[in-house]
Design a protein around this ligand. Structure first.
Ligand code: ZN
Length: 500
């Protein structure tokens, strides 16, 4: 007899419907699976035999052929155990077939027939929701599956339950923690560094990428960690998009599966290209995708491998990365705010007032040349973060909290959305839009042109100053860009100003 059930395979961060067919016919006893990678077939067969017997069902001693279609869709992982087992039992006449086509089965079996939680349940649940199918998944995956609103789901802990409880599915309810944002480290804990804090505020408000340049111990990392806390809260859709990436990698908290804070990813500079950008075999999303809708912090930027830095250009431009392979290409979302930090030179003390720099002029130049122009072109804000003299900090007034700064950020974002449309920020302005949305009065234009000549600004750098000035004006609630906005924007050009 022939039986057919639905399951799903994951490509990138999307799930696709897979048909699992099992045929049992007269003939020499045997078991063949078509459509799975060779290595996976053997293991899968072993688990199925043991799990079905240990669940108390007979394993048919006939000719069994299983097929997973479409054949060209690459299928990874062990989540086909459950659909294969159910189809096998249906083909053997143990499970009635009449209702099977309304279910999507996804889960790994252990030898005793228990169901083990698997990765990728969130995209699979979203697929089931879209197709109007009931998801049958391991009990441990229920909170994650429930993130798909109003999904019909049957969560089970054993193969026996999966078979006997069909028809007892329930409508999912959202897990408890959704929406409640956890608080992270607060800006008020950082004393001094007003210039760098202001740069964080502008970066958050206008979605601008930011580079901190300063000696070790100046607090660059401490400042960086506070950027997610002043960004607008994640919307449910954004949280779902980012959580889906973590789901594919099996990184979600089983009890609290929805990310409620914008991610902050800080990979070390020794990371592989695939680890940073995505790739490998089988392909997996990299750190830039784990930072989707959040912050990617690259400390010691010039120490990263040149290839990896070059590969950042595509996601910085497009908000996603495409990994090309011989038979297919996979696209992962990667829309992040880039926050980078570097020492002014290899030893770290170039230009420092307390400690002498050990580097020769050539060494200083070589260190900085590791950063290519095209990458720096995508970093609107470049800010010097000098060493703090702790004597200067005594008796400082109480510092502003992240909540206070975030309030201004939210107002500035609102103005940008009114002007540019939902979700857009000034960092994404095209040259034509800069003309339209950043008009200057006569005095302001002449001020900027004089500065541009003096600093030898390229056309791109000129545009960056205008975008930053637009964000500064938005932060102060003004419609027009005025002289003080331009003068402040010109200060965030440390790479030009440090006379390197
Ligand atoms: Zn040095």
């Amino acid at each position: 007899m022939l039986a057919k059930v639905f399951s799903a395979a994951i490509l990138g961060v999307e799930a696709y419907l897979v048909e699992v067919e099992v045929d049992i016919s007269q003939g020499l006893p045997g078991f063949a699976i078509v459509g799975l990678p060779q290595g996976a077939v053997k293991e899968s067969k072993e688990r199925l035999r043991a799990a079905i017997r240990n669940a108390g069902f007979p394993f048919p001693l006939q000719k069994i052929t299983a097929n997973l279609a479409p054949a060209d869709l690459k299928k990874e992982g062990s989540a086909f155990d459950l659909p294969l087992a159910v189809a096998l039992l249906a083909a053997g006449g143990i499970v009635p077939q009449d209702q099977l086509s309304k279910y999507l089965f996804y889960g790994e079996l252990s030898l005793d027939g228990k169901l083990k939680p698997v990765s990728g349940v969130l995209p699979v649940a979203l697929l089931a929701q879209k197709k109007g199918l009931v998801l049958v998944c391991p009990e441990g995956n229920l909170p994650e599956a429930s993130l798909a609103k109003d999904l019909r789901v049957l969560a089970v802990s054993h193969l026996k339950e999966a078979v006997l409880n069909l028809g007892q599915e329930k409508t999912s309810t959202l897990p408890q923690n959704t929406g409640a944002e956890e608080t992270g480290p607060d800006l008020s804990e950082v004393v001094g560094q007003e210039h760098a804090k202001r740069a964080l505020e502008i970066a958050a408000a206008g979605g601008h990428n930011l580079l901190f340049i300063g000696p070790p111990g100046a607090g660059k990392t401490m400042l960086a960690k506070r950027l997610p806390g002043i960004l607008p809260p994640l919307t449910y859709e954004e949280a779902l998009e980012t959580s889906r990436i973590y789901s594919v990698l099996g990184l979600l908290d089983p009890q609290k599966p929805l990310l409620t804070r914008r991610p902050f990813r800080a990979p070390h500079h020794t990371i592989s290209d695939a680890g940073l950008i995505g790739g490998g075999n089988p392909p997996r999303p990299g750190e830039i995708s784990l930072a989707h809708h959040g912050v990617l912090f690259l400390d010691e930027l010039p120490e990263f491998r040149r290839n990896a830095l070059e590969a950042l250009r595509e996601p910085l431009e497009a908000g996603e990365i495409t990994i090309s392979r011989a038979q297919m290409s996979i696209t992962y979302p990667a829309r992040f705010l880039l926050l980078a930090a570097m020492n002014p030179c290899r030893c770290g003390y170039y230009g420092d007032r307390q400690r002498p720099c050990q580097c020769s002029p050539q060494e200083v130049r070589r260190y900085r040349q590791k950063l290519s122009g095209p990458l720096l072109d995508r970093i609107d804000l470049q800010v010097e973060v000098p060493a703090v003299d702790y004597k200067d900090l005594a008796g400082k007034a109480p510092q502003e909290s992240s909540a206070q700064v975030k309030e201004r950020v939210l107002q500035a974002r609102k103005r940008q959305e009114e002007r540019l449309g939902k979700g857009r920020t000034n960092s994404s302005l095209t040259p034509a839009e800069i003309e339209e949305h950043c008009p200057l009065g006569r005095e302001e234009r002449s001020l900027l042109e004089r500065a541009a000549r003096k600093l030898n600004l390229s056309a791109r750098a000129y545009h960056r100053v205008l975008k930053i000035a637009r964000t500064i004006a938005d932060l102060s609630g003004e419609t027009e860009i005025k002289g003080p906005h331009l003068l402040e924007a010109l200060q965030y050009r440390a790479l030009d100003l440090l006379s390197w």
